[in-house]
Write a protein that binds this ligand. Structure first.
Ligand code: CTP
Length: 405
């Protein structure tokens, strides 16, 4: 929220859905918190709640039409877009999200969303299958990539009688997220994460891979998004699904992952290299399947690109050097090897874990020894989703330290 003495001006967009009635509570919460609120409703929203309800709750006229001569003669839609210091759409239906992602301006709310320069937050609410549909997920990823903030959705019982992810977040929680940007310490930052293994082709049917599941990198992506960041997840072949609101970039080889990272580095604030990148690849991938003939088969391997090390040396030349986080997977001498990697790869923070004998790779839990210049912290053994949150918190702390230096 901008710092001034007057009340924060929040425009609440209400789109169609049974959860529209909860927007009434949101408007009350925002007014209770001292905000000036204007409500804009889509045609679908009016099937569930009347404009009069929102008018009474917001204490201001409610706009429903793009071309309403009377309303336009007061505050026209461009003036309304300028008036808003922040826009929140709650509930945001699948249809509204699709129209916004496409840049359609076919009613007042979608037009305002295009015309505003204010930060926009969406609180989606819909049936869980509609939420999980690839079309909705692609639209959400596009919008988040453009800087839109996502609030929820939550999981649980749905109005349709089913259960799943797609419930509107509770109005009080939406209001809190809108008004306390401290809850989203990475708002406005772009976090680039590598995750999973790489597959290096030997011939058209065989490859050299490794046991990485990608879970840690995917959990880090979700944790960074929870902290408000725009997240790009460059991943190798894994069974993990890219979490909602995150841009996934699927790659297979170290070379492809390297290209995807280097291309995005200049617009990155934090790079976290969690991928288990192959260090060597077959020097020459055969174009035809290798036949079983010779009793011994020798493969000549060559070094792959060290993505993290190259990103670090390129980062040093950028006007805004990203904060760099590396991982160290070690079977022995954890601290010594990790510290050596931190120095040689010139990264700000290294997160070391033991691998081998059922540890780390492919497991649900892990423990990390995090080392930076002049300090270290052990993040104890815990599920990777929690561990990821703890690591993101540490990155936020170290980044703040670097920025106050
Ligand atoms: N890494 C990378 N590109 C590579 C190899 C590693 O970006 N070609 C990154 C990993 O994502 C990790 C860090 O470098 O963040 C360290 O990876 P690790 O496998 O522990 O170490 P290596 O550099 O491969 O060294 P070694 O295999 O000798 O331990």
């Amino acid at each position: 929220m901008t710092e001034h003495d007057s009340k924060p001006r929040i425009l609440v967009g209400v789109s169609g859905g049974i959860a529209a009635y909860k927007a009434c509570e949101l408007v009350r919460e925002l007014r209770r918190a001292g905000c000036e609120v204007r409500v804009v409703m889509t045609a679908g929203a009016q099937a569930f709640v009347t404009p009069l309800t929102f008018q009474a709750l917001s204490g201001a006229p409610v706009r429903t039409e793009l071309l309403d001569a009377e309303a336009e003669s007061g505050m026209d839609h461009i003036a309304l877009a300028r008036w808003a210091e922040r826009i929140v759409v709650a509930p945001a239906s699948a249809n509204l999200i699709a129209r916004f992602a496409q840049g359609l301006a076919d009613d007042l709310l979608s037009t305002l969303l295009l015309a505003t320069t204010a930060p926009v937050a969406l609180a989606p609410a819909m049936n869980h299958r509609m939420w999980a549909h690839p079309a909705t997920q692609a639209n959400i990823a596009t919008l988040v990539e453009r800087g839109v903030t996502l609030i929820g959705p939550d999981s649980g019982d749905q109005a349709c009688g089913e259960q799943g992810e797609g419930r509107l977040r509770e109005p009080a929680a939406i209001a809190r997220e809108l008004l306390q940007p401290a809850d989203v310490p990475l708002a406005g930052r772009h976090v680039l994460i590598t995750a999973g293994p790489t597959f290096e082709p030997i011939d058209p049917v065989r490859f050299i891979g490794n046991r990485s599941s990608g879970r840690m990198g995917f959990a880090l992506a979700a944790a960074a998004r929870e902290a408000g960041a725009r997240v790009t997840l460059v991943h190798g072949p894994t069974a993990e699904a890219v979490p909602a609101g995150i841009k996934g970039v699927a790659t297979e080889t170290a070379a492809a992952m390297h290209a995807a990272v280097m291309e995005r580095l200049p617009e990155t604030d934090i790079l976290i290299a969690a991928a288990a990148v192959a260090d060597y690849r077959p020097a020459e991938a055969q174009t035809q399947k290798i036949k079983k003939a010779a009793p011994v088969l020798n493969l000549t391997l060559e070094r792959t690109e060290d993505i993290l090390a190259e990103a670090a040396s390129h980062a040093a030349t950028l006007p805004r050097r990203p904060f760099l986080v590396g991982f160290a997977a070690e079977t022995e001498q954890l601290r010594e090897h990790a510290e050596a990697k931190r120095r040689t790869k010139a990264v700000d923070l290294i997160a070391a874990n033991r691998v081998g004998e059922g540890l780390a790779f492919g497991t649900a839990d892990n423990e990390l020894l995090c080392i930076w210049e002049g300090g270290e912290r052990t993040l104890p053994n815990q599920p990777k989703t929690q561990l990821a949150r703890a690591l993101i918190d540490l990155v936020i702390e170290r980044l703040a330290e670097r920025e106050t230096d």
